[in-house]
Design a protein around this ligand. Structure first.
Ligand code: FES
Length: 168
């Protein structure tokens, strides 16, 4: 019979090759199962990794730093300082007689420096008109996606001390 096949237009190697071109597109049940098992395994390992990280994650510890004397800032006055390092610029505002608030000065949109508008009583970013509440750092208007990180302050006998950073 082989001599008959050779006489046809099909080359001999095609008879011996087990996969036909038209069948290459098909995914076998075994291949699909293998893909699903490996994908599920990858996701399982990823979730375990996230779980382990969340269990052992500790928020960073910040050193305390004296920022200013409470009396040196007038009501509606501003003091700029660096915290936790000198490069991390922050802005402190005395909003009332005995209320002081401080935030990172870096806008959460594209990192321009925010300033305090006494006229509007809010923190404003000049780059794209992003406005933040001076009360809690939340976004009032504009493209910033998150509130400003808040600097935790303590008034210790008239000395304002930065004790930490709380992400908004
Ligand atoms: S950088 Fe502040 S609003 Fe865009």
């Amino acid at each position: 019979m082989n001599w008959l096949r050779r006489a046809s237009s099909e080359p001999l190697w095609k008879d011996e090759f087990s996969i036909h071109t038209a069948d290459e597109k098909y995914v076998t049940r075994r291949q699909l199962t293998k893909f699903l098992v490996l994908t599920s395994l990858g996701m399982f390992v990823g979730n375990i990794w996230i779980l382990i990280r969340s269990v052992f994650y500790r928020s960073p510890q910040y050193a305390e730093m004296e920022v200013a004397l409470a009396s040196e800032i007038p009501i509606n006055g501003v003091k700029l300082f660096g915290y936790p390092t000198e490069k991390d610029r922050c802005i402190m505002v005395r909003t009332t007689d005995n209320q002081y608030v401080a935030y990172s000065q870096k806008c959460t949109h594209l990192s321009c420096a925010v300033y305090y508008s006494q006229e509007n009583k809010r923190l404003e970013c000049p780059c794209h008109e992003g406005f933040f509440s001076v009360e809690d750092g939340s976004v009032l208007q504009g493209p910033p996606p998150r509130p400003l990180p808040k600097i935790e302050l303590e008034n210790r006998a008239g000395v304002l001390v930065a004790t930490g950073v709380r992400e908004g």
